[in-house]
Ligand binder design. Structure first.
Ligand SMILES: Cc1cc2nc3c(=O)[nH]c(=O)nc-3n(C[C@H](O)[C@H](O)[C@H](O)COP(=O)(O)O)c2cc1C
Length: 153
């Protein structure tokens, strides 16, 4: 069976809600889905040939949520090759901050720099416009599955 890991970085739970709401869509598309709330580099590298979805909010001044920081530090310190990794990214933020979606954007750059391939465009959810992030993320995920032909038998 094909696997999808959803890596979550959240302060207040919005990004975790996104992960939980999109999970059934991927199950219907034929995936066994795991939500990783405190991801480690080991989990990513063990599952590097599985599909990955990152749901990451921004805190502070363009910073990663605390529980996600060790994962990012490990990625930066160890620079593993991620050429086998295909991923999607949902970034949560608030456009009243100059560092809008700073964490999601930095993560995207970091993953790309390590050779991973993002499938399609990154979704940026703006809390100024969308109260519940999953209102944007669910239709995005439906469209992502369709456009990237991610359904598996
Ligand atoms: C203290 C604080 C700092 C924030 N800093 C940023 C920021 O620098 N850039 C941004 O785009 N959003 C920022 N936000 C907005 C959050 O990213 C946004 O509300 C998001 O939906 C929270 O998602 P979460 O519930 O998964 O943590 C900040 C919010 C708070 C409360």
């Amino acid at each position: 069976m094909s696997h999808l890991n959803i890596f979550v970085g959240t302060m207040y739970g919005g990004a975790l809600d996104v992960a939980e709401q999109v999970k059934p869509l991927f199950e219907e598309a034929g995936y066994q889905v795991e939500i990783r709330e405190q991801p480690t580099l080991e989990v990513l590298t063990e599952h590097v040939s599985d599909l990955a979805l990152f749901c990451v909010s921004t805190t502070g001044n363009g910073d990663f949520p605390g529980d996600f920081v060790p994962f990012v530090r490990e990625l930066q310190a160890q620079s593993p090759s991620l050429v086998a990794l295909c991923y999607g990214l949902v970034a949560l933020g608030d456009s009243s901050y100059e560092t809008f979606c700073g964490a999601g954007r930095s993560l995207d750059e970091l993953l790309e720099g390590l050779g991973a391939t993002r499938l399609g465009e990154r979704l940026e959810v703006d809390a100024m416009e969308t109260f519940m992030a999953d209102d944007d993320a669910v239709p995005w995920a439906e469209q992502w599955i369709e456009a990237q032909q991610l359904k598996v038998d």
